[in-house]
Design a protein around this ligand. Structure first.
Ligand SMILES: [Mg+2]
Length: 421
């Protein structure tokens, strides 16, 4: 067992006794890899969506794409033939480029179908018209938007929250880590910024950027990362959990060097140390360092997630609900990770209501990490009867009402422009 795994288990962070705890780095010692692969497939294939109590069909009449130009937000609204409605905020930062794919391939695919069949139909959609050829973040963002709107509608029809539809609420309070997006300020400026994020929200954990983003070892400002690692610890003190994100900046030797420096200052995880699709190199970092390696925000392939989970390519998996195609696929990744004793700390894309999306995923997942990503409030005017939707002493309450459990200002939706082909 690697030291990082042992530290996790000792800290009680991992709720499930994982296969890694039992022996080799490649998995359970008594199982051949092929058996283990089959087991992971079985775990992933178990039904996610709980809609058995909906006895009548929920026929989808149509889906609309709505654009709020001033805020650069894109929303999807779905309606049933019985007049039920669901609304989801998309990964808006991607949608201005990917929306034709949504209108050509995704929205028409669901029209006329029974929303209760959503889970089964995801595979059909992947195959339909050879959509798999478009597979990648842009395709899956479209699928996620449709899926989330349908889940919101199914929740409203059944009276269940999305977390309940995903199998039930395991934890209703989500402790946050505040992710700073700066990369071009000085170490002193960033340390002060991080202090402000903690003071404003009560967060017990923060994340900041290292390196230059896909930069082949170049830093955004020479020496910034090496200076910021000790400085952030000094500025925030010993009780705040510190995470870093290199956005694929380094090769393995430099990632190990920066990882060792973080170990010296007791950091909690190191995200995307090397190019995100360099799976073997990411695994070398995981095996070579004690600090846990976090990975997965760019990943869109179920099979590559399975490979990384089975082979302990990372310590923490970070599927993005939008980039990876929605809750149902995201739950399958969390289950596979849980089966192998890994934790899931999903990536939160965009600036919209992404943290509200996360609240339901976090509530339902079997293997959450100690803190989850938060990047500030949404521009979409949204409120909830069951949650302030704000961090209070570093924790956000998951809404418990039907669907997302939130209300987007109806005037905001009515003022949006309907986008068609
Ligand atoms: Mg990242």
């Amino acid at each position: 067992m690697s030291v990082s795994r042992r530290r996790f288990l000792q800290a009680g962070v991992v709720g499930t006794a994982g296969a890694f705890a039992a022996g080799t780095a490649s998995g359970h010692p008594l199982m051949m890899p092929s058996e283990q692969t089959e087991e992971l497939d079985r775990v992933a294939a178990e039904p996610v969506l709980q809609v058995g109590d909906l006895t009548d069909p929920v026929e989808i009449e149509g889906m609309e794409l709505l654009h709020v130009e001033a805020d650069r937000e894109w929303l999807v609204r779905v309606r049933s033939t019985d007049g039920a409605e669901g609304v989801a905020v998309t990964s808006s930062g991607r949608f201005h480029e990917t929306y034709p794919l949504f209108l050509h391939r995704v929205a028409p695919f669901f029209e006329g179908s029974d929303a209760r069949d959503l889970e089964m139909r995801l595979w059909d959609l992947y195959r339909h018209g050879s959509s798999y050829k478009y597979q990648g973040m842009l395709f899956w963002c479209c699928v996620a938007a449709a899926e989330m709107a349908i889940l919101d509608m199914l929740g409203k029809v059944s009276g269940k929250s999305i977390a309940q539809l995903l199998g039930g609420v395991r934890q209703s309070e989500m402790p946050i880590y505040y992710a700073s997006g700066h990369r071009h300020n000085t170490p002193e400026e960033e340390a002060e910024h991080l202090q402000g994020l903690v003071e404003d929200t009560g967060a017990k954990a923060v994340k900041f950027k290292l390196g230059g983003r896909m930069s082949r070892n170049a830093d955004s400002i020479p020496g910034r990362s090496e200076a910021l690692i000790p400085l952030a610890r000094e500025a925030l003190g010993p009780d705040i959990t510190l995470y870093t994100d290199a956005n694929s900046s380094y090769d393995v030797p430099n990632a190990i060097r920066l990882g060792r420096l973080q170990e010296e200052y007791d950091y909690g995880f190191f995200e995307e140390p090397v190019p995100f699709d360099h799976l073997e190199e990411t695994r070398q970092c995981t095996q070579g360092l004690d600090i846990p390696i976090a990975w997965g925000e760019q990943e869109f392939s179920a099979w590559r997630f399975r490979w990384m989970i089975q082979n302990h390519g990372a310590d923490i998996v970070q599927p993005d609900l939008h980039y990876y195609g929605g809750y149902i696929r995201g739950m399958r990744v969390a289950r596979m990770a849980d089966h192998m004793g890994l934790i899931t700390q999903p990536h939160m894309s965009g600036w919209g209501t992404g943290f509200i999306d996360l609240l339901h995923y976090h509530a339902a997942m079997p293997n959450p990490g100690p803190f989850h990503e938060y990047k500030g409030q949404s521009r979409v005017p949204v409120e909830s009867d069951t949650s302030s939707l704000r961090p209070e002493d570093g924790v956000i309450q998951a809404p418990t009402g039907p669907g997302f459990g939130v209300t987007i200002d109806p005037d905001y939706i009515e003022g949006a422009r309907r986008v068609t082909l």
